[in-house]
Structures are given as structure tokens and as C-alpha cells.
Design a protein around this ligand. Sequence first.
Ligand SMILES: [Zn+2]
Length: 279
Amino acid sequence: MDAIVVDLGATAIRVGCEGLAYEAPIFVERTPSSPAAIVDALCTVIRNAIVATGLSPDCVVVGCPGLVDGLGRIHKALYLPLGGLDLRRHLEDRLGFRVLVVNDVSAQACGCATEDETLFYMGIGTGIGGAQIEGGRLIQGHRGFAGEIGHISLPRLGKRCLCGNTGCLDTAASGQALEALLGVEWWDLPITSEANEALSQAGDAVGVAATAVGTLLDPQRVVVAGRLVSHDAFRTAASARWMQHEWSGVSLEFFDDTWPFAAAGLLKMGSRSTQEEVG
Ligand SMILES: [Zn+2]
């Protein structure tokens, strides 16, 4: 299958394609701030990728944060102004290719899991998302919104979240939370004692949440992935909180680069969707 894959984040748009996708994106663009500009930017980078690679894609697969249903409509996205947008239809109308729009962290989880593996994946970027893979299959829930671990409440957190809930993990451990606290862009945090303390608190909250899902779901691995994981203070605090009960035997793993998982997962989801359409 010739596919172009796009990881649309609140911070950056990253683009890859079959064969070239794994090491690094072929294009990275800053995500614009308005819905129309985001759709324009997506169309431009996809067209540029087609020219640069010479591919004739059968499918364009876009991973997008937020609540994305099985038809590629975005119901809610806290850090992107795309809530209520039928992104799949907009892109298909403009590009003339078949487009698949899926949740970004679900795609990363699919790309991270080995075949038949049971895994919980936490993606930490501007916000925090999650996805459960059971025996190699994505667990989607009733509406396709399963895994939103960023919006579970932890008792000691009291801030109001953009989702309407109070005390969400997202308010303490996401890139957006650290940016609000430290006043600097979250993907480029300085090495200061204040930043280290904030990262330690964030890692601690992630460790509490990861232990809850590890206990509840009994996966083989819980993976925490994203740029914040590159900081020792974050990893150390999360690991210190991790599954301290007697039956623990599940591993907690950290990856600071989500791109290889995003690329592999988006290609996998595109390929499955193409097979279903043909079959
Ligand atoms: Zn929330």
C-alpha cells in the first residue's frame, strides 16, 4: 500500500510515508491556530510529501488528538480548535484521495505493540492520551473514545480541566500544564531546579495513573512516551510510584520519541482499513 501518514499534534504536524516513515518525518511544520489554516496546512504538507516522494497514495492516514469517532469526525479536541469538524470529509474533498482520520495515541499504541501483545500506552504531549491494545487489537469502547487517561481525576489534584472535570491528570502532567506552570514552551524546558521539581511532580502523577491502569487491565507492558520522558526527574518519579503491590511483574517503559510508533501505527491502521474496504 502506498500511504502518506500525518501525525497532527497541537504543536507540530509531522508527515511520513511507506518506506521512509520510520527514522524521521519527511516534513515537520508548526501547527497553525485556526481550523481553516490547519486544514490548509494539512493539504499543503500532504501534497508536498507526494511531490517529494513520487508516491501515488491509495490512502492518507491522519492521527489527531481528541475524541475521534470511527468515521473520522472530531467530537472534541481540547488543544486544537477542531471540535465538531468532519476532518476526513474536508480532506477528502480537497485532496481527492481516500482519507482515514484516527486518534493519534491509538495509532501510536498500535505502532508500539508487537503482534498479539497486551499493552497500555500513554502518550504525553501538549495533552495526555492513552490506548489499550489487547492481543494485538485496539480496545475502542462504545463510541471509540476509550483510553483517555489524561482525564481521570487524581484525588490530590484540584485544578479545573478544559474538559470540564476537576483534578484531571492532564492538569498536572501534560506539556500544557508544565508550560502554564513554568512559562516556557513545554518541549524545550530549561534545566533548572524549578523545572526539575515540576517534572518530578508530573512524573509522580503519571506513575500513580500508570499504576491504576496496570492494576486494572493487567497488560504485559505499560509504555509512557513523549518528549517530557527525556527528563530524568520525570522518569525517576514515575518509576518510584510504579506498581508497588506484590503481584507486580508488569514493566513500565519510557520512550521520548513518539514518531516511530506514530508512523508504524498509522501505516498499520491504513493498511487494515484498505484490506477491510477491499474485502
Ligand atoms: Zn480533563
